[in-house]
Design a protein around this ligand. Structure first.
Ligand code: SF4
Length: 75
């Protein structure tokens, strides 16, 4: 299998990519209301997608390789 770093994936939300990797969220993984034990409704509003750091274990099945020199499209 080939490693799948989020850094090289097209699915990192463009706004969060401008921040540090710990804050990147993935547009392929919506945050589902009720699944957070801390603040299920607040997290939905503020961060509608799951953080990449909690998803990608190195071989992410949703990985989509970014093209060379690709610009973020402001998702
Ligand atoms: S979690 Fe998977 S799909 Fe999302 S940005 Fe990372 S590699 Fe891509």
């Amino acid at each position: 299998m080939i490693p799948t770093p989020c850094e090289n994936c097209d699915n990192v939300h463009a706004e969060t990519r401008k921040q540090g990797p710990a804050r990147w969220v993935c547009v392929k993984f919506p945050r589902l209301e009720g699944l957070s034990p801390v603040a299920p409704t607040a997290w939905i509003d503020k961060e509608p997608y799951m953080r990449c750091v909690g998803i990608n274990g190195g071989f992410c099945p949703m990985f989509v390789k970014r093209r060379e020199g690709q610009k973020d499209n402001g998702l």
